[in-house]
Write a protein that binds this ligand. Sequence first.
Ligand code: SAM
Length: 384
Amino acid sequence: MDLIATCALGLEELLEAELAALGVGETTRHRGAIGFRGGWTDVWRTNWRLRTANRVLVTLDSWPAEDGDALAAGAGKLVDQRTRAWDGLDCATLFQPHRTLALRASASASQIRDVRWVTLRVKDGLVDAQRREYGRRSSIDKKSPDLALRVWLHRDQATLLLDTSGEPLDRRGYRVQTTEAPVRENIAAACVLASRWDGRGPVVDPMCGSGTLLAEAASFQLGRAAGAIRRGWSFQRLPNYDEKRFRAISEEPATPPEAIAPGSKLELYGIDAEDSAVEAARANLTEARLADFATLARGDAFDFEPPASPGLLMLNPPYGERLEGSPEQWKRLGDLMKQRYRGWRAVVLAGDTNRGKHIGLKPSSRLPVRNGPLDARILVFDLY
Ligand SMILES: C[S@@+](CC[C@H](N)C(=O)[O-])C[C@H]1O[C@@H](n2cnc3c(N)ncnc32)[C@H](O)[C@@H]1O
């Protein structure tokens, strides 16, 4: 099967490396997505494990579609091919009319621009063919469908995909309380992976907000899967879902053992100036079953004395679009890093392209990413 894992813009290289670590063969890099080939066990494993992905999709079909009729005809033709199969799951089983469906579309560089029209015509094609084939049609359930379908119309070529994830994969399920400007879980995971931290030493986030960076560092260090506490995925509602086989996948180690230094012990420190943030971090780390590893307190990042042994410093300062900061504050942060965190690895999620340079230290790597609606940079420093 042709599979696609989607991600935030900028995370393609990290996602590709994650897929390689999962044993996926050849990959193709797109903007905000990585294509690869695999079967249903790959679908289950990638949904369970990938830290930087948004969704995992199966390509069902692709056809030229310059107008609405062509969109509908292509979709109908697919349903008509009852015996066509995707790694053993055949079309007749997938499109049984008792199964509810939802469709979402996107359109770019095509004659049809209205995504509602794309959705409508593909849906028409699918359900009309169901009526022809089975005398009944699926009902639409936008909230909780059995089949979550996506149509991408690009350059007048329609691609129909099956979304196997459902809720985006960054919704890990532990964030029960948020604060202002929380970082998405998959961007936080990208910070951990980009830092190339080997699990040694304490993790300190002195502006921890709701604790996302700490939670993602901990999940990596403990070898827990990204999906370990998530409630479910769309693939579990497909007729070929095999719980026993999925359980076996979920017992595999989720961080390559060689990525973590032997004997390393998890220790998390979270500080924030706001009581409400400390409270949110505590609630979230508790939900993530990480509270026993964490010391959380209200305080000023600039007063906090880190533990003596060096580890990973993680920082997501409030200098984004909404919480505008000044070059002086970045310089102050750079001074703090140099003075108190000598010997540490530091990863900074800087919300703005230019201000990070006022930190006054040369990053060992710099990764531009899209953090929701904002441009951001993941900067990694070795603090000698
Ligand atoms: C962008 S938010 C961090 C969000 C966090 N990464 C998350 O996922 O929720 C920045 C945080 O820094 C805190 N903060 C700002 N100045 C601080 C200071 N001097 N000391 C400690 N915390 C500070 C704010 O209260 C805010 O919670």
